[in-house]
Design a protein around this ligand. Structure first.
Ligand code: PA5
Length: 386
């Protein structure tokens, strides 16, 4: 009876609209379109061969030997997805430090992507300035803010994003321009029609997961129903690590719930032990396994053995999301898209507006009061005036 009542909430379009007061459902539905627009915007990017920052500081753009993606939260996840997507084909290392500082190896041969949807994230701005100091090549991706001012001020190449979206809804803009920029700098990426395929697959998925597809045929609504009242534990393997992380953050921000990730095969070396005795604690988790028809045999065996050894008994529920498509990007984004919608429906079940993130904004307000931005402006001025 209870489950039936919950299911009927997810098929009540008027109720969905009234809870989703800021229209997250509209942004979600536009993901395939955002992918196309992101590619178009990035195609227009012009990368100079030299940027003169001041009399004694200039940056030379050549083929990079290392890549760093500087960003936080919704603006960093594109970097993690890029890293997982390209890790078997990209001939150079890529790191996403999610930090105030760059790794020690950052130098003239390093490309630093400074990614901040708002353009005002202090960790990213600090990394930008550090990258300038170290003469790294910099490409920015932003919709405005201080990051845009910095770029315009000295001619750093920048992909301008449309304004007005929550960063997490703008994922294609924070991911795809990175791949385009790498190609423009001469890094060989064998993508082999992957972008086109991914967009086509996302168009199919959205038909299945959108609000007017009823619970009986909607895998994202089904997942949300299985999570209601429990802590989502998302388990990925291989290149699904970043997808699992994206899902966790979507449950955090849109559904306003704690959530956790684990990854195969690492979890077989620690997490499992914590799942053998304390059913009172593990029973608070509802598990989502990210699955792939092409997953290697050794991973499949681990997933099945882990299910029977600890998960089926220990968790409140174990669910699976299977990827779609042939190329890696399509498989990653199709899985992620079901998670995005599941986090939206879980918010609806909890009666919370998926869009606002007041506590993140409050945190940023408090830090701003501490005068950190003033210090950044000062440093920028010092660096650019020589
Ligand atoms: O989802 C969010 O709003 C956050 O995770 C932000 O992305 C994060 O705080 C960084 O801000 P920005 O994306 O504007 O750089």
């Amino acid at each position: 009876m209870y489950v039936y009542r919950l299911a009927s909430i997810l098929d009540d379009l008027e109720r969905i609209k009234s809870i989703d007061g800021d229209g997250m459902r509209n942004h979600l539905g536009r993901l395939p379109e955002f992918c196309e627009d992101a590619i178009e915007r990035a195609d227009k990017l012009e990368i100079p061969s030299l940027v003169k920052v001041s009399e004694d500081l200039s940056i030379q753009y050549t083929r990079p030997k290392k890549i760093i993606v500087a960003g936080m939260g919704g603006s960093a996840i594109g970097g993690s997805i890029l890293k997982d997507w390209l890790r078997e084909t990209l001939p150079i290392p890529i790191e996403v430090p999610r930090s105030y500082t760059l790794p020690a190896y950052a130098d003239r041969d390093t490309l630093v992507f400074a990614v901040s949807y708002s353009g005002n994230t202090e960790e990213t701005l600090r990394c930008f300035l550090e990258a300038l100091e170290r003469r790294c090549m910099i490409i920015a991706t932003t919709s405005g803010g201080m990051l845009q001012e910095y770029c315009h001020g000295i001619g750093i190449p920048m992909v301008r994003l449309p304004e007005g979206y929550p960063p997490r809804s703008a994922l294609p803009y924070l991911l795809l321009p990175l791949a385009t920029s790498l190609r423009k700098l001469g890094v060989t990426l064998s993508l082999d029609g992957e972008l086109e395929e991914a967009i086509a697959v996302l168009r199919e998925v959205v038909e299945e997961v959108k609000p007017d597809t009823p619970v009986s045929k909607n895998p994202a609504k089904e997942v949300a129903l299985g999570l209601e009242g429990y802590i989502p534990l998302i388990i990925g393997s291989g290149f699904y690590e970043s997808v699992a992380l994206r899902m966790k953050t979507q449950f955090n921000e849109s559904s306003k719930t704690p959530a956790k990730t684990e990854v195969f095969p690492e979890l077989n070396h620690n997490m499992m032990v914590g799942w053998t005795e304390r059913r009172d604690l593990t029973g608070k988790f509802s598990v989502i396994l990210l699955r792939d028809q092409q997953e290697p045999d050794e991973i499949r065996e681990r997933i099945e053995a882990t299910r029977s050894l600890v998960l089926d008994e220990g968790a409140a529920r174990v669910m699976e999301i299977w990827s779609r498509g042939r190329g890696k990007l399509a498989r990653m984004l199709s899985t992620l898209y079901v998670g995005d919608y599941a986090s939206f429906y879980l918010a609806i079940l909890y009666g919370v507006n998926p869009t606002p993130i007041p506590v993140i904004n409050e945190m940023k307000r408090r830090l701003e009061k501490a005068g950190n931005k003033r210090a950044l402006r000062k440093k920028y001025k010092k660096l650019t005036t020589g």
